[in-house]
Design a protein around this ligand. Structure first.
Ligand SMILES: [Zn+2]
Ligand SMILES: [Zn+2]
Length: 236
């Protein structure tokens, strides 16, 4: 270790400072800086998908006409130009440390929800994809989240079919793309349990629907989703 990095490390221990995961600005308290916090979804949200909606509404226009297999999704920030860079950096640029920041964000949101969770899990990646990327970013976030929330983490699902990247597909194609691509690992012990699935982004919800469909075969009580970000519903 060279002298400078030792001093830097010592300085960080004595005078800790944090930087916003989305923009890198220094923050004195909290995780996300004031400027990025305007992307937070915290006022009124759809009871099914977590979309930010008008105060007098309970459910968004998409969920009204759609069967959501999971019980509810909760998202913390809107996925947009300002927030997507950090998500990509964790996924593709080896910035694994961001998982801790995202876990803190999820935990802050989780504390405001009255959920009783027995098992936390994450959206799995295929074996090949994980080998290539070396870690599953969603599992990293979920494991860090469990440390903060004092909950049990378990891999409950496996991705048994490699599928084209969801980002390149439309809504109907996304659902078709994912049918039969997840499988539950060990059905026995999930009966009557409340399960929480963690992921980085909620887009159309087709990934969570596919995961929840598989998990529901084990007859859990509830399947909730908690995601760091959510893409805004398209304009009607
Ligand atoms: Zn920021
Ligand atoms: Zn909705």
């Amino acid at each position: 270790m060279n002298k400078q990095s030792f001093l830097e490390k010592l300085n960080n221990v004595l005078f800790p400072h944090y930087s916003c995961p989305f923009c890198g600005r220094e923050t004195k308290d909290g995780v996300v800086c004031k400027s990025c916090n305007h992307n937070k979804i915290n006022a009124n949200f759809c009871v099914k998908c977590g979309e930010h909606i008008l105060d007098n509404e309970k459910i968004c226009y998409i969920c009204k006409d759609l069967e959501r297999v999971f019980d509810s999704n909760y998202s913390c920030y809107e996925y947009n130009e300002e927030t997507s860079g950090a998500i990509m950096a964790l996924k593709y640029n080896d910035k694994k440390y961001l998982a801790k920041d995202f876990a803190k964000i999820l935990f802050e949101r989780f504390k405001t929800l009255d959920l009783h969770i027995d098992i936390v899990t994450s959206v799995p990646m295929s074996v090949e994809a994980q080998k290539k990327r070396e870690y599953n970013h969603a599992a990293e976030i979920a494991k860090e989240f469990c440390k903060l929330a004092d909950l049990k983490y378990e891999d409950l699902l496996a991705k048994i079919k490699s599928t084209p990247r969801q980002a390149e597909l439309g809504r109907d194609e996304r659902i078709k793309n994912l049918v039969g691509s997840f499988a539950i690992i060990n059905k026995q012990i999930k009966k009557n349990k409340n399960i929480l699935i963690i992921d980085d982004v909620f887009t159309t919800g087709s990934t969570m629907t596919a995961c929840a469909t598989e998990l529901k075969k084990a007859k859990p009580n509830k399947v909730y989703c908690l995601t760091v970000t959510k893409t805004k519903n398209p304009e009607m």
